[in-house]
Design a binder for this molecule. Structure first.
Ligand SMILES: [Fe+2]
Length: 301
């Protein structure tokens, strides 16, 4: 009788160890990190006090309770101003019904829309298409033109619906528009740029004089060297899954995955947040983050 081939005990241990590491990785990145939100405090000279900045909430049925807890956490910081740089929803008109919970946020609230709010390139194939469309765009200050990104494959109606729900929740939604606010006796310009992946970004001309200017734009890859003091962007989710040494797998597809201080000059900063929500993975089943936890950004708080 033939004896069954025996697996080398050392190989057995190695395989079991790899299996255990994969299980721990999946458990942690699905059930722990996507909800482990913390406050990133930034001290920025000249910027108004107690500004909370968020992006990429991606509100939907599966994370509405989490977003409700984020709203409570933001309110506990007593913000004067709340700024949100797009991607309020994920990919479904049904997501709109959850936007009402943002009415609970304290402070003066301003927002711009992101690509998901227009249903513009919300999957991997669409994202890759943007990588090539972007090559035709002009990101110089003088000749700024992102019309090549306007492939018509989005829903302006959805953008209008998100805007309306946000206005009902107390937001001013800025679509290539601005407002001057008084912050501690200083004139602060808050300018919101409309979504770049939908080809709608356009800087208004003849901007008024202000003591300080904050620009909001969803996609950091579309930032030009404009005359702002503080630019606040999201969109990248910081890569969402970031392996040590290797970095974010999403950058293998040509997608931008940066987070943190993109421009850091004495009177000119651009910050890209890792965001609040997550893009679901495993065929849309599970939120996943690794080495890239969600964040609430508190400026001068
Ligand atoms: Fe997003």
């Amino acid at each position: 009788m033939k004896r069954a081939a025996r697996i080398d005990p050392r190989l057995k241990v190695a395989l079991l160890s790899v299996f255990a590491i994969i299980l721990i990785f999946l458990f942690y990145s699905i059930f722990v990190e996507p909800r482990s939100i913390s406050v990133t405090r930034l001290s920025i000279e000249g910027a108004p006090a107690k500004v909370v900045f968020l992006a990429d909430l991606h509100i939907r049925d599966s994370n509405a309770d989490y977003i409700r807890s984020v709203v409570e956490k933001v309110n506990s910081l007593n913000p004067d101003i709340v700024l949100i740089s797009g991607d309020f929803i994920l990919s479904n008109a049904k997501d709109l019904e959850h936007l009402g919970l943002l009415s609970q946020l304290k402070g003066r609230k301003y927002a711009v829309l992101g690509n998901h709010d227009y249903f513009s390139s919300i999957n991997l194939a669409g994202s890759r298409m943007k990588v090539s469309e972007k090559k035709e765009a002009n990101f110089s200050v003088q000749g700024y033109n992102v019309s090549s990104m306007d492939d018509g494959l989005y829903s302006s109606q959805m953008g209008d619906d998100v805007k309306q729900r946000l206005e009902e929740a107390g937001f001013r939604v800025l679509k290539n528009e601005y407002e001057i606010i008084d912050s501690g006796g200083r004139r602060t310009l808050i300018l919101g740029l409309d979504d770049c992946w939908a080809g709608k970004t356009n800087l208004p001309s003849n901007l008024p004089e202000a003591d300080y200017s904050i620009y909001l734009l969803h996609e950091p890859e579309c930032i030009a060297d404009w005359d702002y003091n503080l630019m606040l962007a999201g969109h990248t989710h910081g890569g969402q899954i970031v392996f040590p040494i290797i970095g974010a797998p999403q950058s293998l597809f040509g997608m931008y995955s940066f987070s943190g201080m993109l421009v850091d000059e004495p009177n000119k900063k651009a910050y890209v947040t890792r965001g609040v929500g997550s893009y679901p993975m495993f065929f849309g089943i599970a939120d996943m983050r690794f080495n890239c936890p969600p964040e609430i950004v508190l400026i001068n708080g």
